[in-house]
Design a protein around this ligand. Sequence first.
Ligand code: PEP
Length: 254
Amino acid sequence: MRRTLIAGNWKMNLNRAQAIELARSIAGGLRENSSVEVAVFPPAVYLDAVIAAHPGLTVGAQNVSENGDGAFTGEISCAMLRDLGAVAVILGHSERRTLMGESSQQVNRKTIAALNAGLTPIVCVGELLEQRQAGLTDEVVLEQCRTSLAGLATEQMERTVIAYEPVWAIGTGHVATPAQAEQVHAAIRQWLAGAFSPSTAARIRILYGGSVKPDNAAELLSQENIDGALVGGASLKADSFLGIVRAAEPQAVA
Ligand code: PEP
């Protein structure tokens, strides 16, 4: 049984006081014993403040260095994230792939570093609009999976979360239809079954990301292979983020 995960990527938004306040509102709105797992990913400089202010909240980073320590100016290591109390890290987000030129090989090295440090990697994959229009979606996404997840032992794969985020849906308001998203999620799971095993594939959470909002979340999350959401814009307001969390609770998708 895969536990639904709703993850909020705050990107490079908010100031320190706003980050603490948003975390407070989210933590205060979560139901006790909910079947849904919730995690937030503040800017790295506010991780400490958010974790200290809300120790009960699951908090992660938006990126990490593949290197352990040393002369890597401006970088942050997995050990430093652990030291702050972060438990997860988003890797290979399309903004890092397209704006910072991050390759799947680099995402792979970061994924292994994160796993070795005991962080849960959320590895993002997704096609560009032109690639979808050219009928290349599965090919592009599965190649990103193959390379970004290369060399992982079964036990490591089972500690990894995949996020399918079609690039054309991120921050655009053009959400994938539930059928479009489910088709790619099923293809990823089928690939996992072949690359690892059917039982491993059945355990791995595959999140959907791209313009998820409270009013479209329940239908997306009701799809068999969609195990949660990675949320950008709608995670910056407690009401809309909690609306998505509510939509993920079983009674909302019955
Ligand atoms: C994201 O950046 O991961 C994302 C899904 O953004 P949005 O929800 O704003 O489309």
